[in-house]
Ligand binder design. Structure first.
Ligand code: AMP
Length: 409
């Protein structure tokens, strides 16, 4: 025997039962989002690397160390998509969607790739459901998107908490970055090595530090949320009051820095206490500069993404009972006749299976019982013996009569 080949580290197989759970998540998301006017979009699994280095940001962990990039054979660098927002914005620009009535509301469902250290709830290939609304900076869009993710998680039975913040606009943030970097430099001797090395590159990430001394420094740090200009403060106040109107509870978390550079104004994250270290179920925010950054017209936008594996872990999913075939076609060597009957039954819209495992007649009947089929059609030389397993009744009929009989129930 040859050596076994396992799936790569950080990847997983989606087995039939898991597939059924994920289908429930997908179906709930589809119903909810399409009901709110979001249309499905799918973008390629890989994109030009530049889309992410420019869009997500050179200084982010994703771009610095988590991308699976490769040469396309012609000297152009491609990357397996680590996130969905930049690709959706790329498609928005490429297909001239800015000419459509705003906001353009889109959602997606598919696999994403990040070279992260695998652990429970963190994989190298994972799936996300995401929603984006492009072309409007109305705070009601922010509130609507947050309410949609909140409702999706509620319908799926996940208990979550919502953290909310505002990251202001690019100018305010640049001034704040300088202020924060100066503060970090003044307290450098108390910071962890990683944070110290990132003061210039990405000082906001210091809020994410696990190190206790760094956390103590960050607890006293100046806060971006206290530096919002009047327009951003007003936008944030509107979003909050709409969430309150919707009865959605939230905590303001001034340290909420999402790991992507493109965010402006509203940012949010839903977490679940049942997930352990990787507690983020889904999150997102506004990215008013992103479309322009990747070559489109100035366009406000906002969106979120939620991890399917984490939703499944956090949710309480009630799987519907699998539907057994209605009829099992048994035979002892009469393969062609059995196959023809199978096709007729299926053609008539019945869920039908036939014997394919080389079992004895007794074994076939046992198998039909295991599957839970009501009818077994035993193909014999002079007709088809139709057994109703529910009543125990049995009669020999023609193939056509079997189809008619099964159709009549
Ligand atoms: P992000 O794009 O980083 O904001 O992630 C959005 C959501 O995707 C997170 O809240 C997680 O639910 C999920 N997610 C992100 N990275 C991973 C990963 N490596 N493995 C599994 N789920 C992930």
């Amino acid at each position: 025997m040859s050596a076994k080949i396992a799936a790569p580290r950080g990847t997983f197989d989606i087995l039939p039962e898991q597939s059924a759970q994920r289908a429930l998540v997908e179906q709930a998301a589809r119903e909810l989002l399409e009901g709110a006017g979001y249309a499905r979009i799918e973008t390629p699994a890989f994109e030009a690397t530049e889309l992410f280095s420019r869009g997500v940001g050179e200084a982010t962990d994703i771009v610095q160390k988590e991308m699976y990039s490769f040469d396309d054979g012609g000297g152009r660098s491609l990357t397996l998509r680590p996130e969905g927002t930049a690709p959706v914005c790329r498609a928005y620009v490429e297909h001239g969607m800015h000419k459509l009535p705003a906001p353009v509301k889109l959602y997606y469902f598919g696999p994403f790739f990040r070279a992260e250290r695998p652990q429970k709830g963190r994989y190298r290939e994972f799936w996300q459901i995401g929603a984006e609304a492009l072309g409007s900076d109305d705070p009601a869009v922010d509130a609507e998107l947050i309410a949609l993710l909140h409702e999706l998680l509620r319908r799926l039975g996940a208990t979550v908490r919502l953290r909310l913040s505002s990251l202001a606009n690019a100018q305010t943030r640049a001034a704040y970055r300088d202020e924060l970097a100066a503060y970090l430099r003044a307290n450098e001797h108390e910071l962890s090595e990683t944070v110290r090395s990132r003061i210039d590159l990405n000082p906001l990430r210091a809020f994410d530090a696990d190190d206790l001394r760094t956390q103590a420094v960050m607890a006293r740090a100046p806060r971006l949320i206290d530096r919002l200009d009047s327009e951003d403060a007003e936008h944030f106040a509107q979003v909050r009051s709409l969430l309150e109107l919707a009865g959605i509870g939230y905590e303001i978390d001034p340290a909420l820095v999402r790991g992507l550079d493109y965010y402006t104004r509203t940012v949010f994250e839903f977490t679940s206490d049942s997930l352990g270290a990787q507690s983020g179920v889904g999150g997102g925010g506004r990215y008013d500069g992103l479309v322009e950054l990747i070559g489109g017209p100035p366009t406000p936008g906002i969106g979120w993404a939620a991890g399917i594996e984490r939703i499944v872990l956090a949710a309480d999913l009630q799987l519907p009972a699998p539907q057994p075939p209605q009829i099992y076609v048994a035979h002892e060597g009469r393969r062609a006749a059995a196959f023809q009957l199978l096709l007729e039954l299926r053609g008539a819209g019945r869920r039908a299976e036939m014997e394919l495992g080389g079992r004895s007649l007794k074994g076939q009947l046992k198998h039909a019982e295991r599957l839970g089929t009501r009818y077994v059609a035993i193909v014999e030389e002079d007709g088809v013996r139709l057994r109703d397993r529910e009543s125990g009744a049995e009669r020999t009929l023609s193939a056509e009569a079997v189809v008619r009989q099964v159709l009549s129930v």
